[in-house]
Structure formats: structure tokens, C-alpha cells
Design a protein around this ligand. Structure first.
Ligand SMILES: [Zn+2]
Ligand SMILES: [Zn+2]
Length: 519
């Protein structure tokens, strides 16, 4: 059984109603791993929905969190913004409501593509609306218990003046590292490190709980029954362990069922975006392959399995596997041990699987076709001819368009040089031997009438190279040279078949011209 169904069964046996929660602190660019959390949460939610369970799905944006440091992508003016709430910091581009919106909006758009349609909550609003007031009051009144739990679970010292609420100072605009002077609901009196003395109203966004407590507070506030999180939080003495005890012993609430997930690591070289110069981000990953493929690449593994994300050649293998599983899904033929992959495929579809099998257009093929055409229509013509498709349905057309866009993005930004080429606009300057010229004449004569398919062309070129005496290797190299000015390239027969026959013949004919054959 797929892990998401195992989780769903467990949750249904425990609760009448379930609520899946996930979220993000969008303080900067989004790591591919953050998307794993989104995929994981959605899979659990979808699995429950598929079983007609009563289930909700919330997404909490930690917008009231402080900026912890000036990240390398921020200019010097952000030095002054450290320890201020993300929702009150200006956005780096000037076009968003705040810093947090600047980073959250593209992320929300991305998870929307992945099929997440959760109820959104921003913590700066939850505090401002007084939603946390009661829990905050409980936590503050139980501060000794809270400190004891922290001490016992983490094994670390907790200072004697520990106070589970940090006021935000209106004078310096920062979370105060000063001294708390007293508490009487709803006011926390304090003296900020800047010298300002004031009181913070816990019914407003005038301060916040430390995040370990805030996490448990969110569970209580919404009634969360299940939440995925990175395995660092699941470690012994980690934040889930403290959360469990805060929930049970302070908030009198049952903590959610955890889905700890392993990290996603960026694999090897080729992970650097060629124009931005930074590592592949979650947004890049969603531009490299369409969302269902991306979702599938995570869902095919158990949550506790480590994943290497490869934005290089590995992309092609992932899409091939996705296509293979898609064919199993619609046509059958899957072996018992791969059965969970069918469910992974199903869960990976943002809007559920289609009724009939989608038209498959292999990525490897598109990688070539995209490089020899300049428009989608040209591409479509070639795909129709080489894939022997006469008519393409509107929804398949959309899939093809999406794939073509992704392939283009990948080629421009992440693909290794070995898969890249471009058709030389004219015959490259080259010196051909007598044997090679013989080979080209021979090939030209036969290409005039051969059936224009990859296999037939391949066999023909191979035969001509042998017969003319140049040998297969040199023959193929000579062919690549006159078309793409490289000694190697995509599978030759297949590649030539995507080109127009008259263009191929014309280019080969040029090799007979003396200009190319200068001594
Ligand atoms: Zn912005
Ligand atoms: Zn201050």
C-alpha cells in the first residue's frame, strides 16, 4: 500500500474529522526540499479525500517570524531589518506588499500548480485578530512548566528569566531582547534593549511566542490531526518532541500524527542556474518538469527515504519513468512490486488522473525537436510526423505545450552541454577526405528515396559509411559535423528524421562542392 494510504487509514481510525496542516517561513528562495513538504501534505490529504473522509487542509505562512540574518541576496539596507517581522519588512523588488509576500507569492503559485488548494493563514494576521490570545495566555501562565519541558526534552539549560513571549518594540521595530517586567492579561510589560519601555497586548500582533510553542499553539488553534515536517524536527529532543509535551501538558490537546520526511539533496554538478548563478530552487524544479512529473518524482518514494534531486541528465530518466508508469496505469502490465507507483502516479495528478491515457511525447525526443525549431507550430508538425499522430486533442496539446516549455527552460538553464546543439545555418567550414565525400554522395543518393524514419535512416547511414570505406564511426562523425558542427550529437537517424528531407539532402549536397574541400 502507498504510504499516503497507510497514513489515511491510521488517521481515519483515530479521528472523526481530520485536518492536515503544513506551511512555510518564506524568508528567502525556496529550496526544492520545501516542496517535498507540500507534496507530502497534499498526498495525505488526497488519500483521505479518496476514502471519502471528512478532512480539511490548511497552509500556514509564518509571516510574523523575524528576519534572522541578512541573506547574501539582500542589500545592506536589510541589515537594519534583522529581528523585525517579515510582514513588516519592505519587499526587495518594490512590487509586493511586504518581504514575506515577495517570497510567499511565487511559492503559493508553485504549490497551486502542484495541486494544493489549502485554506491559507498568515501568522501576522492570526496574531492581529487575537486568534492566539487565549493560547498565549495559557502558555505565559504555564511558563514554569514550559521551561521544565524545554529543559527535560532538549537537555539544554533554560535561563531563569525565560518568558514564552517576545514583545515587538514599536520604538526600534524589532523583537525585543530586553527584559519582561510583568504580565497581566492581556499585557506583557517590558523594557526593550533599545531603552523603550512599553506593554504588548497579546490580543494583537505586538509580539509572538517562540516558535516551538507557537507550533503547538497552531495545532490547538486549528485542531490539526496530521502534519509532515523535516526529519530534523523529528529528532529526539527536537521540536516535535517538545511540541507533543506542550500540547498534552500545557494546552491539553492531542498532538497531530507526524509524517517526518527525509531531506532532498541537490545532486552533483549541473545544479547551478546558468543565468542567476544560484542553486536550483523549488521554482526552477517546477519549471524543469511539469508539476505532475515533479510530484511523482517525490511520491514514488516513502517519506522517510532520502532523495537526490538531479536537475541534469537525471531529469530525462525521471520523465521516462513517469511515462512508463503512466502507460501501466492506463494499459496495465504493472508487476506486483511496482503497484505503489500507480498510486504515486495517481496522487501526483494535480486535478486527478484523466479518463483516457494522455498522449505521450518523450522528453528525450522533445529535447531534440525543441532545438531544431523556433516555434511551437513547427514543433507540432515534426511531432505529428515523427510520432505518427494525425490529430491531437486540445488537452494533449496543452500537455505538449507545457512539456515543450519545460524542455526549453531546462535547456536554457540546467541541461548539460552534451545534450545541447544547434543546427549550423550553413555548412560549417570543414575538410573532407575523399572517402568522406564518397560516403556523402552515396548517402545522398539513397536518402532521396528511403522511408523517412529514424531507424531506416540510421541503417542507411551505417551501410553507406561501411561501403564507402570510411567506417561507421567516422561516417557518423562527419554527418554530425555538417549539421551541428560537433563530432557527436543526438541519435543520428532519429535526429535526421526530425529534419526536413530536402534540407538534409541540400546540406549533404553542399559537401560535394569544392569550397568545402579545400586542401
Ligand atoms: Zn517584491
Ligand atoms: Zn526597542
Amino acid at each position: 500500500m502507498h504510504w499516503a494510504d497507510v497514513v489515511a487509514k491510521e488517521l481515519m481510525s483515530k479521528n472523526q474529522r481530520n485536518l492536515i496542516s503544513t506551511g512555510i517561513t518564506p524568508s528567502g528562495f525556496i529550496h526544492v526540499g520545501s516542496l517535498r513538504e507540500a507534496v507530502t501534505a497534499r498526498a495525505a490529504y488526497q488519500a483521505l479525500k479518496d476514502k471519502d473522509a471528512d478532512v480539511g487542509f490548511i497552509y500556514i505562512i509564518d509571516s510574523i517570524d523575524p528576519l534572522r540574518k541578512r541573506y547574501p541576496f539582500l542589500d545592506e539596507s536589510y541589515e537594519d531589518q534583522i529581528q523585525r517581522p517579515l510582514s513588516e519588512i519592505p519587499c526587495p523588488c518594490g512590487e509586493h506588499e511586504s518581504y514575506v509576500h515577495h517570497f510567499a507569492e511565487p511559492f503559493l503559485e508553485a504549490i497551486g500548480k502542484m495541486g494544493l488548494e489549502p485554506e491559507l493563514h498568515w501568522t501576522h494576521q492570526l496574531y492581529a485578530q487575537g486568534k492566539f490570545a487565549e493560547v498565549t495566555d495559557t502558555v505565559i501562565k504555564s511558563k514554569d512548566k514550559v521551561a521544565q519541558i524545554l529543559r527535560e526534552v532538549t537537555g539544554r539549560d533554560v535561563p531563569s528569566d525565560f518568558f514564552p513571549y517576545t514583545p515587538k518594540c514599536p520604538s526600534c521595530g524589532k523583537y525585543s531582547a530586553g527584559k519582561v517586567l510583568g504580565y497581566e492579561f492581556p499585557y506583557v510589560a517590558y523594557k526593550c534593549h533599545c531603552g523603550h519601555e512599553d506593554r504588548a497586548d497579546v490580543r494583537k500582533a505586538e509580539g509572538k511566542m517562540p516558535w516551538r510553542m507557537e507550533w503547538a499553539a497552531k495545532w490547538k488553534l486549528f485542531g490539526v490531526t496530521c502534519e509532515p515536517f523535516g526529519k530534523d524536527h523529528a529528532a529526539a529532543g527536537g521540536s516535535y518532541d517538545t511540541g507533543v509535551r506542550f500540547a498534552r501538558e500545557v494546552l491539553m490537546n492531542e498532538p497531530p500524527f507526524p509524517i517526518p520526511y527525509e531531506f532532498v539533496q541537490l545532486k552533483g554538478h549541473g545544479q547551478i542556474h546558468k543565468s542567476t548563478g544560484s542553486s536550483v530552487t523549488g521554482l526552477d524544479a517546477l519549471a524543469i518538469t511539469p508539476a505532475p512529473v515533479f510530484n511523482y518524482s517525490f511520491l514514488r518514494y516513502n517519506a522517510d527515504r532520502h532523495i537526490d534531486y538531479d536537475s541534469g541528465l537525471g531529469v530525462l530518466d525521471v520523465v521516462d519513468e513517469y511515462d512508463k508508469v503512466e502507460a501501466w496505469y492506463y494499459k496495465g502490465g504493472v508487476e506486483e512490486r511496482d503497484r505503489d507507483l500507480l498510486r504515486a502516479y495517481e496522487l501526483a495528478q494535480p486535478h486527478g488522473p484523466r479518463k483516457g491515457m494522455p498522449l505521450q511525447t518523450p522528453y528525450r525526443h522533445l529535447v531534440q525537436v525543441v532545438q531544431i525549431t523556433s516555434s511551437f507550430d513547427m514543433m507540432l508538425e515534426i511531432m505529428k510526423r515523427t510520432e505518427h499522430v494525425t490529430e491531437i486533442k486540445e488537452e494533449d496539446l496543452e500537455l505538449l505545450r507545457q512539456r515543450a516549455q519545460c524542455v526549453r527552460f531546462w535547456l536554457d538553464n540546467f541541461a548539460p552541454e552534451e545534450v545541447k546543439f544547434h543546427i549550423s545555418p550553413a555548412l560549417p567550414t570543414c575538410q573532407l577526405s575523399d572517402g568522406e565525400v564518397r560516403f556523402f554522395r552515396e548517402a545522398h543518393a539513397k536518402l532521396l528515396s528511403v522511408e523517412w524514419t529514424g531507424d531506416k535512416i540510421h541503417d542507411l547511414v551505417y551501410e553507406c559509411a561501411k561501403v564507402s570505406g570510411v567506417g561507421a564511426k567516422a561516417g557518423f562523425q562527419a554527418m554530425y559535423l555538417i549539421f551541428i558542427n560537433k563530432k557527436q550529437g543526438p541519435r543520428l537517424g532519429h535526429f535526421l528524421s526530425t529534419l526536413d528531407r530536402s534540407f538534409v539532402l541540400g546540406r549533404i549536397e553542399e559537401t560535394f562542392s569544392p569550397a568545402c574541400n579545400l586542401p
